[in-house]
Write a protein that binds this ligand. Structure first.
Ligand code: UD1
Ligand code: UDP
Length: 369
C-alpha cells in the first residue's frame, strides 16, 4: 500500500487535482489517499472543493487578505511539517506553479518524501513572466522525482534541463476536469447558473473576461479596463467579468468599470457556472493559464492578455493569440474577431492540444508500477 499526500491551495490547482483524487480513491487496496489544502485561496478554493465533493484531511487555512509571497512561503513550509510528520507519506503530489506547489515540494524534500509533479515542464524561460510562477515551476521541477507533463514539448523542456527522476507525458488533468463538468452540466443547475440565466442578455455577444497575473498589476490592469470600456461602447456586446478576489485586481476593476453600461462585474464563479459561461461566450479575454487550456477544447477563441505564455501549443494552432496589456491591441483584436467572420471561424476550431481526458488514469497506472 502506497501512502499518497496530495497538496494544493488555489482554485486552479484544486480543479486540476480533483479528478486525480477521485481516481486514486477508486483503488483503496493499492493507495491510501490523503488530501492537504494549504488554503492559499479560501473562498475560491472552497467553491471547487464543494463542487467536486472533496473533504480535505488537513486544512492549513493559511490565506490572509492581501498576503505577500514571503509570509505565504514561510507559512506553507512550517505548516506542512506536522502534516508530513503525522501522515508520513511515501509520495506527495503537487501541481503546477503556485507558491503552494513550490513550497510543498521543498517541504517534502526536506522531509525525505518523494515528489510527484503534475503539469510539469511548462516554461517561458523568462523569470519575470509569469511572476513568480516561472521560477516556482522550475524549482519544483528540480525537487521532483516523478514528472507528469501535459505535452511532449513540456517533456522536452525537462530533458534539455537534465532534471533528475522519471518523466512521463500524461496529458493535462484540466481536460479530465472539464469533461467531467461538461457531462455533469447536462443535468445540473445551481443558484449561480440561474442567476446568469436571469441577468445576462444572451441575445448579445458575450465577451468573458478574467485576470489576476501579478505582472499585470498597476498599469496593465488600467490598460485592460480602458480597453474594455471602449469595447463596451458597442451595444451588441455584453462584457461579463467575474473579478478575482485579489485586492490588487478588485481595486482598479471596480474603480474603472463599476456601473458602466454593457459591463457586468460579478463575483468569481464556481467551476460549473464558469464552464457554462465559457461555452456561451463569443470571445474570451484572459491572462489565465487554465483558461488557455480549456478554451480550445470548447472551440472558443482566446485573446491572452500576457506578453508570453508557457502554453505555446494553442497559440501555434491558432486558437489562442497573445495581445499583452496594450490597450489598442486588445481593442483591435477584439473588434476584428467581432467583425470578421472568416477570422473568427479560423480561431474557433475545436482541438485538444493539452489532453484527452485520460490523464488521471495514466498517472494512476504509473503509480501502480
Ligand atoms: C495565485 C497564484 C497564481 C495562480 C492564481 C490562481 C502564487 C504566487 N499565485 O495568485 O499562480 O495563477 O492564484 O487564481 O501562487 N483572495 C481572496 N479569496 C480567495 C483567493 C484570493 O480573498 O479565495 C485574495 C486575498 O486577499 C489574497 C489575495 O487574493 O491574499 C492574493 O491571493 P494569492 O494566492 O496570493 O495570489 P493570486 O493572485 O490569487
Ligand atoms: N474559473 C472558475 N471561475 C471563475 C474563473 C475561472 O472556476 O470565475 C476556473 C477556470 O475554468 C480554470 C481556472 O479557474 O479552470 C483558472 O484559474 P485562474 O485563472 O485563477 O488561475 P490560472 O489558471 O491562471 O493559474
Amino acid at each position: 500500500m502506497k501512502k499518497l499526500l496530495l497538496i494544493f491551495g488555489t482554485r486552479p490547482e484544486a480543479i486540476k487535482m480533483a479528478p486525480l483524487i477521485k481516481e486514486f480513491q477508486k483503488h483503496p487496496t493499492e493507495f491510501e489517499t490523503c488530501v492537504c489544502v494549504t488554503a492559499q485561496h479560501r473562498q475560491m478554493l472552497d467553491q471547487v472543493l464543494n463542487f467536486f465533493e472533496i473533504i480535505p484531511d488537513y486544512d492549513l487555512n493559511l490565506m490572509r487578505p492581501g498576503q505577500n509571497l514571503f509570509q505565504l512561503t514561510a507559512d506553507i513550509i512550517t505548516g506542512l511539517k506536522p502534516v508530513l510528520d503525522d501522515f508520513k507519506p511515501d509520495y506527495t503530489f503537487v501541481h503546477g506553479d503556485t507558491t503552494t506547489s513550490m513550497a510543498s515540494a521543498l517541504a517534502s524534500f526536506y522531509a525525505g518524501v518523494k515528489v510527484c509533479h503534475i503539469e510539469a515542464g511548462l516554461r517561458t524561460y523568462n523569470k519575470q513572466a509569469p511572476f513568480p510562477e516561472e521560477i516556482n515551476r522550475q524549482i519544483t521541477g528540480r525537487l521532483t522525482d516523478i514528472h507528469f507533463t501535459p505535452t511532449p514539448a513540456a517533456k522536452n523542456n525537462l530533458l534539455s534541463e537534465k532534471v533528475a527522476g522519471h518523466i512521463e507525458v500524461s496529458g493535462n488533468t484540466v481536460i479530465d476536469a472539464l469533461l467531467f463538468a461538461v457531462d455533469k452540466l447536462k443535468n445540473y443547475s445551481d443558484k449561480e447558473i440561474e442567476m446568469l440565466k436571469n441577468t445576462l442578455d444572451f441575445s448579445k455577444r458575450i465577451i468573458l473576461i478574467t485576470g489576476h497575473r501579478r505582472e499585470n498589476f498597476g498599469d496593465g490592469f488600467v490598460h485592460i479596463c480602458e480597453a474594455l470600456l471602449e469595447i463596451a461602447a458597442d451595444p451588441e456586446v455584453e462584457i461579463v467579468y467575474p473579478v478575482h478576489l485579489n485586492p490588487q485586481v478588485q481595486d482598479p476593476v471596480n474603480r474603472l468599470l463599476k456601473g458602466k453600461s454593457n459591463i457586468r462585474l460579478i463575483k468569481p464563479l464556481a467551476y460549473p457556472a464558469f464552464v457554462r459561461l465559457m461555452n456561451q461566450s463569443c470571445i474570451i479575454l484572459t491572462d489565465s493559464g487554465g483558461i488557455q487550456e480549456e478554451a480550445p477544447s470548447l472551440g472558443k477563441p482566446v485573446l491572452v492578455m500576457r506578453e508570453t505564455t508557457e502554453r505555446p501549443e494553442a497559440v501555434e494552432a491558432g486558437t489562442v493569440k497573445l495581445v499583452g496589456t496594450d490597450k489598442e491591441k486588445i481593442i483591435s483584436e477584439t473588434k476584428r474577431l467581432l467583425n470578421d467572420k472568416d477570422y473568427y471561424n479560423a480561431m474557433q476550431k475545436t482541438h485538444n492540444p493539452y489532453g484527452d481526458g485520460l490523464a488521471v488514469r495514466r498517472i494512476v497506472e504509473t503509480m501502480k508500477k
